[in-house]
Design a protein around this ligand. Structure first.
Ligand SMILES: C=C(O[C@@H]1C=C(C(=O)O)C=C[C@H]1O)C(=O)O
Ligand SMILES: NC(=O)CC[C@H](N)C(=O)O
Length: 842
């Protein structure tokens, strides 16, 4: 058998990373890659193959790192095969570093007790004391370390008689003679000293309770990892330990490779009865592509450079307000630069929906037959969407075009329109056409293998928009765009409408300075809206019930099952059929009273969404720059709440801890796809001001690696190069709506909330044919589903709107405080919907 000298400096270490389903694992992998240039293989604690053949697996590695995780090291399902690692025979022994749960498991297996802390430490940054030896050598006093734990290691074990043994901090106890304490947290008198690190006296085993990979752990965390590997290498060379080369790879399991079965919902002949002959193209993508008979995919577009148009006025002026359409409506914030409208075209637009509960995909061109496809999982949806987008990328066709005309490609003018601009696409426009719609929270749950409650709304709900209008509020430009052949008439009509609107006095744009409705029609619309809302029945979450749920969350937190739980609840507004409530008028009122950078109106496949979200989930540009903007930390605006006071409140341990946990979680989500080397935190916890609240916001960014970057690709999906859609699907549901670790937190929330969240807590936005995307987190939003649970219209025709709201529960929360926070968020929507336009104060 070939072997190599693992201790030789010329070989990068091969490290087996054992993940206990934590949401920080990829950050640790990144740290090992960065500090040690290590090749890291990530496996999960429940990996049956490794469990059965541990010794054999270990022979292919130089060292093992055991990561953090939810739960208790004494619970077999929480730690899986970790416990076996402490018992491997001498021949297969390897250096091991245990982090948090890994550390606790090491100590538990060597005689320590693991107990609940009186006050759990989640997202808290401490300065551990250490005596500068072993893996702490040369680290000095500068170490700041993030803690994420509810449990503590007690080297005195459970026995009270030995409580006085090991009375010095730095010596082993009678119970754990093999464990040498290396560091302590003595910052919190109510908890007393908490053990922060140990090493084994004879075996190459180390453990740390804190998280060296956290964004708030100082650079000394990296030094600690380097020190560990130096000691590990010394042990390996002393042992003459070599790893065998034929064990280089552990392959992850792949699907069964069966194609999905295709059925048609409607009997009889369909123009698309058979899937496309090109097997690399899905039927969905082929069907959509067949709408455009031309050979070339071309974006016809024009720009009006002098019109900062109100998008809602444009919808009204174009006469679309009662149709199905999607508006992404940005107001009042630098992040809300673009508003985007996507319109449906009979016989052309494709609708796509996916349902998590029966795993069916439905798609078809509107006014044509719908196809139903039974899928094995949601994983099959993404490549179909990707395919459809790629087939419509105008860049792949533009160069071969012979009909190039305008050399400027700029303003639409009244002559020369019957040509298209080739070789010159509007690169400043972030969307050229493509899918617009949402992905529900439950769809996100399916991606992380958590059983969802059955929801009545479609879980993926998109339409492929050939026609779109992009308004750049920063430059006051409007892009009118169509991927349909010979669509200049539409473009010209829109242009004329815009010119007409631009020549009118400006309409209100939102915010507290809004005047009363300016046109008689609008006044009438609002009057009718007031009448239908007058008899609306509002059912809010009950305070005692919600507060009890907060306390239940805190029980889970205290037990170590989660570090943060984003608890939510739902308020319903039921309106009577007469007079019918016009959702579009309702939305216009919402945006006027609660202006937001990621507002949206969507009417698509039986679902209506009126959103005033302040939060971007994820955006990515065509050249691959990804951005997450999680919000965590909320302070209500009142006349007495100054900016300075809000800053002070948002600088508290509680708010910063909430935010930190999500930043680390999102670094993990993003780096799992693009690699840690391409992931960075652009802004850490800055205060932003919105219509009714101050929020604490962080910005995490990264770059999609160039095509065929093996490392990132291998971790993402195992095939092809990575795209923004890979980042999107790997980051659902949004971390700011779940808590950390994501999977366990979602399972807990599902048992506490006992209902689906639906569109709320999902993401809403677009996937562009040129490869860009932008999605908000669906919060501060009202959602109406036209159908009841049986998929039928309710008997009396009542409309039920749901407004979800919640907040992150940590051990530092109070049940009353959390109830008030949920109420504040919910009321920001309810008041905006129910209050006459412009009546908001403060
Ligand atoms: C849960 C909601 O908001 C989320 C929770 C926040 C928090 O805990 O501070 C802030 C913004 C959102 O990520 C909501 O608005 O309903
Ligand atoms: N981050 C962790 O690994 C946490 C370990 C354990 N679940 C605790 O809460 O103490």
């Amino acid at each position: 058998m070939d072997s190599i000298d693992a201790a030789s400096p010329s070989y990068p270490p091969k490290i087996l990373f054992v993940d206990a389903f934590d949401s920080f694992a990829n950050n640790i992998v990144g740290l090992l890659e960065e500090c040690l240039h290590a090749h890291v293989t990530l496996v999960h604690v429940d990996d049956a193959k490794i469990n059965d053949d541990l010794a054999e697996t270990l022979s292919g590695y130089d060292a093992v790192v055991i990561g953090p995780g939810p739960g208790h090291p004494g619970i077999p399902s929480d730690v899986g095969f970790i416990t076996k690692l402490w018992e491997v025979d001498k021949e297969h022994e390897l250096p091991i570093l245990g982090i948090c749960l890994g550390f606790q498991s090491l100590c538990l297996s060597h005689g320590a007790a693991v107990k609940k802390l009186p006050f759990a430490r989640h997202g808290i940054v401490t300065k551990p004391v250490h005596n500068d030896t072993d893996i702490f050598a040369g680290i000095g006093r500068g170490l700041q370390a993030t803690q994420y734990h509810s449990l503590r290691v007690d080297l005195r074990g459970n026995s009270s008689e030995v409580a006085t043994e090991g009375s010095t901090f730095w010596e082993p106890t009678v119970n754990c003679p093999a464990l040498h304490p290396l560091a302590w947290d003595v910052s919190d008198a109510s908890n007393g000293p908490i053990l922060m690190a140990v090493r084994h006296s004879t075996k190459p085993l180390w453990g740390v309770q804190f998280h060296p990979e956290s964004i708030c752990t100082s650079d000394e965390g990296k030094q600690l990892v380097v020190n560990w590997w130096t000691s590990a290498k010394a042990w390996l060379s002393e042992r003459g330990r070599t790893r065998s080369l034929h064990k280089e790879k552990l392959t992850s399991s792949v699907g069964d490779g069966l194609p999905p079965t295709l059925e048609f919902a409607t009997a009889g002949s369909s123009p698309w009865d058979s899937p496309t002959s090109d097997s690399s193209t899905s039927h969905l993508a082929g069907l959509l592509r067949s709408v455009i008979e031309e050979d070339d995919i071309v974006l016809r577009w024009g720009r009006n450079s002098a019109a900062n148009i109100n998008p809602t006025s444009l919808v009204d002026a174009l006469g679309h307000s009662r149709d199905e359409f999607v508006l992404l409506d940005s107001q009042n914030h630098p992040t809300g630069r673009y508003s985007i409208l996507g319109f449906m075209v009979p016989g052309k637009t494709m609708k796509v929906t996916y349902s998590v509960s029966d795993k069916t995909l439905q798609y078809g061109i509107i006014q044509g037959n719908m196809c139903t496809m039974q899928l094995h999982s949601i994983d099959e949806v993404w490549p179909m969407l990707q395919d459809a987008l790629s087939l419509h990328d105008p860049r792949t066709h533009e160069m071969g075009s012979s009909r190039a005309s305008s050399s400027t490609g700029s303003d639409v003018v009244s002559t020369g329109l019957d040509q298209y601009v080739a070789g010159h696409l509007p690169t400043e426009s972030p969307f050229w056409g493509g899918f617009m719609g949402y992905i529900s929270y439950e769809a996100g749950l399916e991606t992380i293998d958590v059983k969802p409650h059955t929801s009545t709304v479609p879980d993926i709900n998109f339409a492929f928009m050939h026609r779109s209008i992009v308004i750049d509020h920063q430059t006051s430009s409007v892009y009118i765009q169509s991927l349909l052949p010979q669509d200049w008439t539409w473009i010209r009509n829109v242009e004329q409408t815009i010119n007409k609107l631009a020549s009118q006095p400006p309409l209100p744009t939102g915010g507290s300075t809004i005047p009363q409705p300016s046109t008689p029609e609008e006044a009438q619309e609002n009057k009718t809206l007031d009448q239908s809302l007058k008899h609306a029945h509002i059912s809010r979450p009950k305070e005692p019930t919600y507060r009890a749920k907060v306390l239940r969350c805190q029980d889970y937190l205290a037990n170590g099952d989660s570090y943060e739980l984003c608890l939510t609840d739902s308020t319903t507004i039921t309106t009577t059929p007469q007079p019918p409530l016009n959702p579009w008028t309702l939305y216009k009122r919402l945006r006027a009273n609660n202006a937001a950078p990621f507002g949206a109106f969507l009417r698509l496949s039986h679902t209506t969404v009126a959103s005033s979200s302040p939060e971007r989930f994820l955006s990515w540009t065509r050249d691959g720059k990804c951005q997450f903007r999680p919000i965590k930390g909320t302070v209500k605006k009142t006349p007495l709440m100054t900016r300075a006071h809000a800053h002070a409140l948002l600088a508290s341990d509680k708010e910063r801890a909430e935010n930190l946990m999500i930043v680390d979680l999102i670094r993990h989500d993003l780096s799992g796809v693009v690699g840690a080397a391409n992931t960075y935190v652009e802004k850490l916890m800055v205060v932003e001001e919105y219509e009714t609240v101050f929020q604490l916001v962080s910005v995490i960014e990264g770059y999609l690696p160039p095509h065929n970057n093996g490392l990132a690709r291998a971790r993402a999906s195992g095939s092809g190069s990575v795209s923004g859609i890979d980042v999107l699907k790997s980051s659902l549901p949004p971390g700011s709506m779940t808590g950390a670790p994501k999977k366990r937190s979602c399972e807990i929330l599902s048992t506490i909330e006992q209902r689906p969240r639906g569109v709320y807590s999902g993401v809403l936005g677009y996937l562009d044919v040129g490869g860009a995307g932008d999605f908000s987190v669906v919060i501060r939003t009202a959602v109406k589903n036209q159908l009841d649970e049986r998929g039928e219209r309710g008997e009396r025709g009542d409309d039920v709107w749901r407004v979800g709201a919640g907040g992150a529960v940590t051990v530092l929360s109070t049940d009353e405080g959390e109830f008030r926070e949920m109420e504040t968020k919910c009321e920001s929507v309810l008041e905006a919907l129910l209050m006459p336009r412009g009546a908001r104060v403060g």
